[in-house]
Write a protein of this length. Structure first.
Length: 248
């Protein structure tokens, strides 16, 4: 099971939100690239990055993203504000291997499919939900679409995998929503990454024990920054060579 550390960038800094609330942003570092180096040194094969400014459409953090790509050689996936072809081309040119589609996936699935045809298997479905309904535009708007319904379209659209986040758990350290993520994994038929709520090593152990076979990784953020878990220990305990390749 792939252990993926997360870096969320707001105003050029590494932060964590609580339940997607931009007004509750805790700053952990002024240098996201330094954080990425620490994660890579701990053995991370993939780092999950979210451009929070781009996600809600009021800025981009391309300079910080370039610095991260220069700092590490591991696989990088990026989400937040990927809504036009120029965004795709800029991020691919920067060297990001996996691009996470959220708002476009929910609102313009035909566009997502067209991008898969044009750019190949580099797109991940970002399904972020509250009470089963998908949220978009930096989690600030409801799409009116059920998370299970959107997950069921993933393979048809050509996505490589899905990242599923229960927004009510994200940044809370209250434990992951394994039950709902299992349902997403069963419906989608794709490799799924669980995100949101991981607060302890026992949470990770529970995911490993109770996960659907399609859940192939998990994302941890605040638990790492707060010292609740040690990234290197989780990687040693749960990750195996080749886990990253399964996700495309």
């Amino acid at each position: 099971m792939l252990i993926i550390p997360a870096i969320d960038i707001l105003n050029g800094k590494c932060v964590r939100l609580s339940e997607g609330n931009y007004r509750q942003a805790a700053v952990y570092s002024a240098s996201p690239a330094s954080v990425a180096r620490e994660f890579a040194a701990a053995g991370a094969e993939c780092i999950h990055i979210v451009d929070l400014d781009a996600a809600r459409g009021d800025g981009r953090n391309r300079k910080a993203l370039k610095e991260i790509r220069t700092a590490v050689s591991c696989r990088l996936e990026i989400g937040g504000g990927i809504r036009e072809e120029k965004d795709i081309e800029e991020l691919l040119a920067l060297g990001f291997e996996r691009l996470v589609l959220g708002t476009v996936l929910a609102r313009r699935p035909e566009q997502a499919a067209a991008w898969v045809d044009k750019y190949g298997p580099v797109f991940v479905g970002g399904i972020d939900a509250r009470e089963g309904l998908v949220r978009v535009s930096g989690w600030e708007e409801s799409s009116g679409i059920q998370d299970l319904a959107l997950a069921g379209q993933g393979a048809i659209l050509g996505l490589t995998s899905i990242i599923y986040t229960n927004i009510a758990r994200d940044g809370t350290l209250s434990g992951p929503d394994i039950e709902r993520t299992n349902r997403i994994a069963a419906v989608s038929g794709l490799p799924v990454i669980l995100a949101g709520g991981v607060g302890s090593a026992e949470d990770v152990a529970r995911v490993a024990r109770e996960r659907h076979e399609n859940i192939r990784g998990l994302i941890a953020g605040k638990a790492i920054y707060e010292g609740n878990v040690v990234l290197a220990d989780l990687i040693a305990a749960y990750q195996r060579p080749g886990d990253a390749e399964v996700l495309g």
